[in-house]
Design a protein around this ligand. Sequence first.
Ligand code: OGA
Ligand code: NI
Length: 354
Amino acid sequence: MQQWPEPVIHVQSLSESGDRAIPERFIKPPSERVTAHQGPEKTMSIPIIDIGGIANGNKFDEETMRALSNACKEWGFFQLVNHGMNKEIIEKAKEVWREFFHLPMIEKQAFANSPVTYEGYGSRVGVEKNASLDWSDYFFLNIFPKNLRNYEKWPSFPNSLRETTKNYTKEVVKLCMMLMEMLSLGLGLDKEYFREAFGGDEYGACLRACFYPKCPQPELTLGLSSHSDPGGLTVLLSDDHVTGLQVRKDGEWVTVKPVPGALIINIGDQIQVMSNDIYKSAEHRVQVNSEKERLSIALFFNPKGDIPIGPAKQLLSAHKPALFQHNITFNEYRQFIRKRGPTGKYQLESLKTM
Ligand code: OGA
Ligand code: NI
């Protein structure tokens, strides 16, 4: 599919139109909507992992390793604090992307994306005609491998956006490399296991800046429908002040309450496959609200696109057979969400061999 099947509706334009009712295309079936009892009174929260000691150059201590490993097994989601990333770079990244989304529509539209690469400014994921739509706009960019990086597709305003995004993603990728070592060790694998399985220096990384405009009928829609991330590992820089992200745990939706300055990390489908289901790629979604817009920046850290992905041999035994075949590459796998849009964990489950 070379083009979107219908004219793209930018959610920000709808939000700013002042209409009190959202278009029907955005109304979710009642079973998908956020219900009151799934809201703020929930007491469960995603784990908080403090890697202060490690970020300062110390060895991985056992307690931190255990906490991280449990978080990946039980939740597939955690908040990382004392991660050592430069505060100014983080704040600047949020600032430049917020400024970008506040530009006049015509300037953003100069970067309109197509479903061929998804790179640029867009408002929908999936190309099925008449599909249900989510209440958000986004900007998607290839960061690694470097030969896919095309600065012409990066906004040139605000002036510092390119430099800031370059600096921010460089730091986040460094952090991902360290997390990959910890994740490998947490499974009892060699610390280089995931690094190598991801293609060594040929790993991939993409950035998705997500913008959730105010919504006049937030109870009827979602900012982003339920999905798990198709890639390896996601590092999310979330709005410190506006909640919205919800994670599914044992069938219940748990709202993430961002710790200021923390990074939210989640396991993607590729790591669930490589770990033969030991680490979980959690289902998540985004709720919107009528009072405040919300901005988040996701960095997707992915395996090299053309390696067939499968479970680590070291994790398999007669009692623990492979739950997935080594027969699909990440480039093939990601086509599913790019065509069908978010569908919970349907795609991953459909890959299971038993
Ligand atoms: C995503 C995502 C969450 C958020 O982009 O895949 O889950 O809070 N984003 O924006
Ligand atoms: Ni996601």
